[in-house]
Design a protein around this ligand. Structure first.
Ligand code: ZN
Length: 146
């Protein structure tokens, strides 16, 4: 499965989050054979939980796994420090990032520490966030702590 194909699952999640009135960031955790282990989206608004980021939601949805070295975390937006920490904490081997234009998180740090990172610079992901930030700057700046 290509990074672009995997990203479509994360984009579906981002759109689901937007439809719920939330922040349109989606993610999915894939196994070594391209199977979806877990998927989710940012639920800060929906759950009233600022720690429920897309990557965290996907990770939790996957349940307990014996090892993460051969898994891939796919996210529509560059992972924040908190989610980048999750990747390193559990030794997730690979990260696919939809875009890093609207938010530049910890993906370079992940690369420096041996995680295989692919940044797709996907226009759908860029548009999702650009439109959202224009429409709801209050929510966005709350989410990134500014
Ligand atoms: Zn995060």
């Amino acid at each position: 499965m290509s990074p672009e194909q995997m990203l479509t699952v994360a984009v579906e999640e981002a759109r689901a989050g937007l439809a719920e009135g939330g922040i349109p960031i989606g993610a999915a955790l894939f196994g070594p054979d391209g199977e979806v282990l877990g998927r989710g989206h940012n639920r800060r608004v929906q759950d009233g939980d600022p720690s429920m980021h897309a990557e965290t939601a996907a990770f939790r949805a996957a349940g307990r796994l014996r090892g993460y070295g051969r898994t891939t975390m796919v996210t529509t937006l560059s992972p924040c420090w908190y989610c980048s920490g999750l990747v390193r904490q559990f030794g997730i081997g690979r990260v696919v990032v939809g875009e890093a234009r609207t938010f530049f998180g910890g993906h370079d740090w992940l690369t420096e520490h041996g995680v295989e990172v692919t940044v797709l610079d996907d226009p759908i992901c860029v548009n999702l966030m650009t439109d959202f930030i224009a429409a709801r700057p209050d929510l966005w700046f709350e989410d990134i702590g500014e």
